[in-house]
Structure formats: structure tokens, C-alpha cells
Design a protein around this ligand. Structure first.
Ligand SMILES: O=P(O)(O)OC[C@H]1O[C@@H](O)[C@H](O)[C@@H](O)[C@@H]1O
Length: 301
């Protein structure tokens, strides 16, 4: 069996090699594990709640319809908690779908107001349909999202989207991230905008920055002493958030364990978060990220 469903999870294994597989928690449609040839690619906190009481600390939580907290009280999204409602809702498993790749296995999950977190849809009362497609090949995981505003709905709505991927790494101080040089960056800690001119991103303290309008031809690589650990490719996801909580912030997060876990994770989050997307009744918006294996490739400005 390549696709196995339980009450709370779906496990998808590659038919040619069962040690390449991913696991999705129906709560949040959160990918909580993605292994290639038995090696785990994602960080999952040992204290992550997997019982639906809290968004998952690790894996790939889904951020919709707002990234962070909207501060303008006039904006209807300001009523929602940080990172919206998708990661706090139990999605419907829709079953297998046709893969794009010859050796791919694909599954789909759906979320609509009828099944989404009731307390949160009361705060943001719009009609929407989210279809998440996850496709596994022997060397990649494609995560595709389709957001629609049904033709029957009366109003348009505005939203952000983001794949909040927690990558597993060996040691944050040996890790760097490539190919974001020359882009506009907003430092969420210093509340400052500037152009990043450093050749690579390195980590010596808490890090929380939004790189915006990064050309989709740029792949982002997470590298450990010359070895590429992860490569992220994107389509329709121009913004990238890079986050590491470091010592103090990790200490303050009850669901983050072990407290030294910040050494073994980095979030590289592909999204559309600088500007809102405006969707009218009958319109659809699609985007995707692909986590894959690639050789080290520096892309000059
Ligand atoms: O604790 P949360 O809501 O999962 O957010 C984690 C982090 O998510 C990142 O995307 C943000 O840039 C950070 O500011 C935030 O701290």
C-alpha cells in the first residue's frame, strides 16, 4: 500500500522505495515527516501538539489567510490570530489524485468554511475552497495549493499564503542559505527594510527576516559546510521568510523541545506575504513549492 489513512493521519510511501515517504496530520494538513531513503528532512519539536489542540511546531504548517498578525483594525483579517486559520483546522482527506511526474504518487486535502475551525471562521466570515496537493517522487515533495473563491460567493476576499517549512539541519552555526543576495529584506526584529548584500545568510543569533519579490528562477539552498541539505523551488511564491528562534525565543515556546532544538532547525518559508492577493467570486489562485535534491548552485544577482 502506498497510501495509508488512519483517523488522524495519512502516510504516503513511494512504491519503489518505502523508506521514501511523508506523513500528513489531518489537523492543519500539516506534513509532519518527509523522509528520502529513510533520512528525515523536516524538524518536528518533541513537544509539538499532534492532538489538534494547537498548530504543530514543526513540519510544514500552512499559513492562510494571513501571515503574522494584521495590525490595521479596519482590515477584516485583523480579527484572526497569528498565521490565520488553516493550520488550526482539520482538513478533509480527498484521496489520491493523478500525479504530474511519471514516478509520482499524489494525494489531496481540502478545506472549506463548513469544516474549518468554527471559532475562527466566525472571526473571518468568507467563502473559500483550499485544495492542497502533495506529490512524492523518489527525490522530491511537491506541495501545491489552489485557493478559490466560489462563484456563488458574494464578495471578494484578500489573503496571504505561506508554506511554513521547518527544515532539519545538523548545526545552525555550520549552516548557510544561498541565492537571496540582492533582494529586499524586512528585518522583523529590527523593523527595518534594506537590500541584503551578503553573499549567503548565516546565523549567530535570533533571525526573522522577510525577503520579498525573489525571482522564481532562484532556488534557495540550505547548505552545511558545502553539502546541500535541502533545495526549495517555487512558483507564484515571491516572498521567503527565514526564521530561527535561537536561545531565548525557544525557551519561551512551551511546545519547543528540546530547548537546544534551535540548533537543528531552520525555517525557510515560501509564500506570498508582502502583498495580499485579492480573489473575486469565481476566481482561482495556485502556487507551489518543490523540495528536491540539487547540486550546489550559486545564482549571481
Ligand atoms: O509561533 P508561531 O505563531 O508558529 O510563529 C513562529 C514564527 O513564524 C515565522 O514565520 C515568523 O516570521 C516569526 O515571527 C514567528 O515567530
Amino acid at each position: 500500500m502506498t497510501v495509508q489513512e488512519t483517523e488522524t493521519k495519512v502516510v504516503v510511501s513511494h512504491p519503489k522505495d518505502h523508506s521514501t515517504q511523508f506523513t500528513v496530520l489531518k489537523y492543519g494538513a500539516t506534513v509532519i515527516s518527509y523522509k528520502t531513503k529513510g533520512n528525515e528532512n523536516l524538524f518536528l519539536s518533541e513537544a509539538a501538539k499532534l492532538d489538534g489542540s494547537k498548530p504543530v511546531r514543526g513540519g510544514i504548517p500552512l499559513v492562510f489567510p494571513v501571515f503574522g498578525k494584521e495590525s490595521d483594525p479596519v482590515n477584516p483579517l485583523s480579527k484572526l490570530p497569528q498565521h490565520g486559520l488553516a493550520r488550526n483546522s482539520t482538513w478533509e482527506f480527498l484521496g489520491e489524485s493523478s500525479p504530474k511526474e511519471k514516478d509520482g504518487v499524489a494525494v489531496q486535502f481540502g478545506l472549506y468554511p463548513e469544516i474549518a475551525n468554527e471559532e475562527l471562521t466566525k472571526l473571518w466570515n468568507y467563502d473559500f475552497t483550499l485544495i492542497l496537493t502533495l506529490e512524492l517522487t523518489e527525490s522530491s515533495l511537491r506541495t501545491n495549493i489552489e485557493v478559490s473563491n466560489p462563484i456563488s460567493s458574494k464578495t471578494d476576499f484578500k489573503f496571504h499564503w505561506l508554506f511554513h517549512t521547518y527544515f532539519k539541519i545538523d548545526d545552525i552555526e555550520d549552516t548557510f542559505i544561498t541565492n537571496l543576495t540582492g533582494n529586499n529584506v524586512y528585518d522583523q526584529l529590527l523593523k527595518e527594510n534594506y537590500i541584503d548584500k551578503l553573499p549567503v545568510i548565516q546565523f549567530q543569533e535570533e533571525f526573522d527576516k522577510i525577503y520579498s519579490n525573489v525571482d522564481s528562477s532562484r532556488m534557495v539552498q540550505i547548505v552545511d559546510r558545502g553539502e546541500v541539505l535541502h533545495t526549495v523551488k517555487r512558483s507564484q511564491l515571491p516572498d521567503l521568510v527565514v526564521w530561527n528562534p535561537w536561545i531565548e525565543k525557544s525557551a519561551g515556546m512551551a511546545d519547543f523541545e528540546p530547548k537546544t532544538g534551535f540548533k537543528n532547525m531552520v525555517c525557510v518559508e515560501a509564500g506570498h506575504v508582502k502583498n495580499y492577493i485579492d480573489l473575486k467570486p469565481g476566481e482561482k489562485w495556485t502556487a507551489e513549492q518543490i523540495l528536491c535534491e540539487e547540486k550546489l548552485k550559486y545564482q549571481a544577482i
